[in-house]
Design a binder for this molecule. Structure first.
Ligand code: NDP
Length: 252
């Protein structure tokens, strides 16, 4: 498939996990991919791997919580790669704690990294997409948006992502820009491995525990989220906008 031939895609938080899998998937289908992460040294190997596989990619360092840095980076991507057709807002963090123990800085860090970052990235990207009368934006929400003990900050941010997505679909639709969200369940990444460690599990035992509560009886791999992101970013989903698609193995 070459659904992204001639397209330029930005993926944030793309040095590892779901972001890296998404960068690889979009590139494998023909996109030139801007691999963005906090640290250039961690983004560069993903870009190099894509290039070695015959694809097109360029690594950028950018803290997506910094509005000025985001604008500068998005403008550089357009200057370097020629356009901006697809934006995948993937960068995210967790700082889990029960409400009565959560310091305000953990609340703020999670809201800023998971939600405000999307405001910055969408605002910087829409300028180019509106001009081109074309755009595909996919935002990472989470099953936790429905509520998850110890994640009041993360759940609020990921529910906010769904509201941002629905609203931007209305505002940007007239310019042929679709905006959708993906809400994964448990995905085996560094993020969930860190959660496992924090609650005293090995990553394997924690995954086993999560699998038991999932109708498909397993957790997801990053590639299984990347394939859904690719669908929503492609013209196969050209009349889908404002939606949040739960990708969680059938859990209710
Ligand atoms: P990872 O922690 O594996 O990867 C996230 C990446 O984002 C890291 O490379 C991280 O860099 C980067 N990042 C963090 N903060 C910033 C920032 N301010 N600017 C730029 N990059 C940043 O996460 P996952 O792959 O597991 O998750 C990806 C997305 O999917 C997140 O939004 C997450 O909330 C969401 N999600 C994940 C689920 C899961 O089960 N794994 C379930 C549901 C949703 P660094 O390592 O240097 O901090």
């Amino acid at each position: 498939m070459d659904r992204f031939a001639g397209r330029v895609a930005v993926v944030t938080g793309a040095a590892q996990g779901i972001g890296a899998a998404t960068a690889r998937r979009l590139a494998a289908e023909g996109a030139a991919v801007a691999v963005i992460d906090l640290d250039l040294d961690r983004a560069e190997p993903v870009a190099q791997e894509i290039i070695a596989a015959g694809g097109a990619a360029k690594a950028y360092s950018c803290d997506v919580t910094d509005g000025a840095a985001v604008t500068d980076t998005i403008d550089r991507v357009v200057a370097d790669l020629g356009s901006l057709d697809v934006l995948v807002n993937n960068a995210g963090i967790t700082r889990d704690n029960l409400l009565f123990k959560m310091p305000a800085d953990e609340w703020n860090a999670v809201l800023t990294t998971n939600l405000t970052s999307m405001f910055h990235c969408c605002q910087a990207a829409q300028k180019h997409m509106v001009g081109a009368r074309y755009g595909r934006i996919v935002n990472l929400s989470s099953r936790s948006a429905l509520g998850n003990r110890g994640q009041v900050n993360y759940a609020a941010a990921k529910a906010g992502v769904q509201g941002l997505t629905a609203t931007l679909a209305i505002e940007l639709g007239p310019f042929n820009i679709t905006v959708n969200a993906v809400a994964p369940g448990y995905v085996a990444t560094a993020m969930t491995a860190a959660t496992a460690q924090r609650v005293g599990f090995t990553p394997e035992d924690h995954q086993k525990w999560a699998a038991e509560q999932t109708p498909l009886r397993r957790v997801a791999q990053p590639e299984e989220i990347a394939s859904v992101i690719a669908f929503l970013a492609s013209d196969d989903a050209s009349f889908v906008s404002g939606q949040t698609l739960y990708v969680n193995g059938g859990a209710r």
